[in-house]
Design a protein around this ligand. Sequence first.
Ligand SMILES: C[S@@+](CC[C@H](N)C(=O)[O-])C[C@H]1O[C@@H](n2cnc3c(N)ncnc32)[C@H](O)[C@@H]1O
Length: 369
Amino acid sequence: MTIDESIHEISPFFQVKQTKWGGRACFSNANIPKGTTVLQVSNSTGTSISYEFRKEVCHNCFAYANARTMKYRLNYESVKYLIRDPHCQINPKKFLGAGLWFCSDHCKTSYLQIPNIIELIECYEILLHHFPNMLKRYNITSEQEKKLNSIPISESIIQSVWDEIENDWIPRINNMKTTKKINQLPPISEDEYSCIRFVCESLFKLKYMNPQCVTYHAFNMLQSNELSKITRFPVLLNFQKLVFQTLYIMLPSHLRKMLSIPLLRHILGTEYGNAFGLWQEGEASESREFFGYWVFPEASYFNHSCNPNVTKYRKGNSMLFNVNKDIKKDEQICIDYSGVLDLPTTKRRKFLADSWFFDCACERCMSEL
Ligand SMILES: C[S@@+](CC[C@H](N)C(=O)[O-])C[C@H]1O[C@@H](n2cnc3c(N)ncnc32)[C@H](O)[C@@H]1O
């Protein structure tokens, strides 16, 4: 794994260096006292709120009001002044609100102030228009899913699926008229719907991100877990194909230009090993709701430890990383990925291997083993 100079600028408190046992990791630049925030990030490259929470979570600050639908929804009046492109596919008479809900007028206004946000709203809106029809046609039986999940996976199988899309499917679609293309939108479920929104947001954020900035470099260098994840859940290969096909057909040209197979594979492959859970704030970990996930590239170079020296938590749309015991210079800075630190060694390690695809080599595991 490479380490680019630019990712040294992630935090003044640590540097990213190569380890012998766990790829790259963060090492302290000096002694750091307990209580220090070594990193605070709020520029996620993509957020996915699961379908069941789509109306119950604020899309700006991620507040949640005990399953009540958020009060503020986008209406055409609030977005029309942002529309400058004459080809914009937002229909004033049929505007559905782009699936965006907010806890307050303030959050709605802040969201609309994101530069060029209308481009993302347009994508969400197009998807929302087509989704009911795509969902209606989605009828994968558990038998079919079992079959998809039993395909033996290797790198060359994954590659052959994408080669077929590139060499066969894309040229076929490119030759079709728009109306015929729309008929090729595949059947999808709520899970693909949320993932498509996640990819739209990632493409949008990357489009307007300065290629010299730390987030951009950190994103490009993220470790992909595509092979391990698809090997464990082969059905994901078909899932990714549906996500790509939907995006390729429905994206307006300004974001379609960004979409490529390698970029989609990087966005999804890196999400599998680097995304943070998006949890309800202010509740004990046993009772809080899990809304979805989000990716913060700068915060993705912390390795896991079963005795972590940094605690992560969410504050609105930020993630904070706070030192929970004094750290010495050159010590590795680690967080807990698992939430199962109380489990006995073998069970804890099995959980990490099954859900995060690595054999934990942290100090605690090594000494307990
Ligand atoms: C979020 S990334 C952390 C940064 C990563 N080491 C890198 O080089 O990009 C998670 C990956 O780091 C590695 N990793 C993290 N903690 C580990 C640990 N305790 N033992 C072994 N590998 C670990 C695994 O490959 C895991 O999939």
